[in-house]
Design a binder for this molecule. Structure first.
Ligand SMILES: C[S@@+](CC[C@H](N)C(=O)[O-])C[C@H]1O[C@@H](n2cnc3c(N)ncnc32)[C@H](O)[C@@H]1O
Length: 198
């Protein structure tokens, strides 16, 4: 077994043993340790949340005083202490339902959106970036000033343009690849701190 495969199995095994619904949970944990995207008491919106690993971690990080909502177009099994909305983030009417749940703006928006991949890289990349623009439109409605965000990107032709777009909205934008992310995968994470407001 290659070292890479072994590591991948390690995160999958850990997720199974520790009760996380996805190995992606460890990506958020690691990034949050370095950047404190989510802190205690935070209201957190998780866009593209299925099966729910990030949502579970967001619940832990935000604690008793926090509030967490996940949105996905796919079915998500109930997650204790979180509200899950089945909906399409490209449909801006979800904003209303987000406000209905939180009753105010949120402190963090986390986006791990992936399109249904076609296998044609240019198409998948463009589609994933397009989902991120849709998510950032929602973010502009719901994120409080000085709030934080996290966006996964399939790295490619349009990544720099998206990063520049984010840089105009936040005090600091940092690009990272967490250890739990496969080296062979093109995914990178934009950590966005200190929202300047819409
Ligand atoms: C990689 S998964 C998220 C994994 C999740 N962060 C976790 O830890 O369990 C990406 C998700 O994006 C969702 N997604 C893609 N396009 C969407 C859209 N337009 N609206 C809502 N969800 C979408 C997919 O259904 C999929 O569940």
């Amino acid at each position: 077994m290659k070292l890479l495969d072994a590591r991948r199995d390690l995160y999958r095994r850990m997720a199974h043993q520790e009760g996380y619904r996805s190995r992606a949970a460890y990506k958020l944990k690691e990034l949050n340790l370095s950047y404190r995207i989510i802190g205690p008491g935070f209201y957190v919106l998780d866009l593209g949340c299925s099966p729910g690993g990030w949502t579970q971690v967001a619940i832990e990080l935000s604690g008793n005083r926090g509030k967490v909502m996940g949105v996905d177009r796919s079915f998500v099994e109930e997650i204790p202490n979180a509200h899950v909305l089945r909906g399409d983030i490209e449909d801006e009417s979800v904003v209303e339902q987000i406000f209905e749940f939180f009753g105010t703006k949120v402190n963090a928006v986390i986006c791990d959106l992936s399109p249904q991949v076609t296998g044609t890289w240019s198409v998948d990349h463009a589609r994933q970036i397009s989902l991120n623009y849709s998510a950032s439109k929602i973010m502009d409605h719901v994120l409080a000033r000085r709030g934080n965000a996290l966006f996964k990107v399939f790295d490619g032709e349009y990544s720099n343009e998206f990063r520049d777009y984010l840089k105009k909205k936040f005090v600091k934008v940092q690009l990272k690849k967490p250890k739990a992310s496969r080296k062979t995968s093109s995914e990178l994470y934009h950590i966005c701190l200190g929202y300047l407001g819409s």
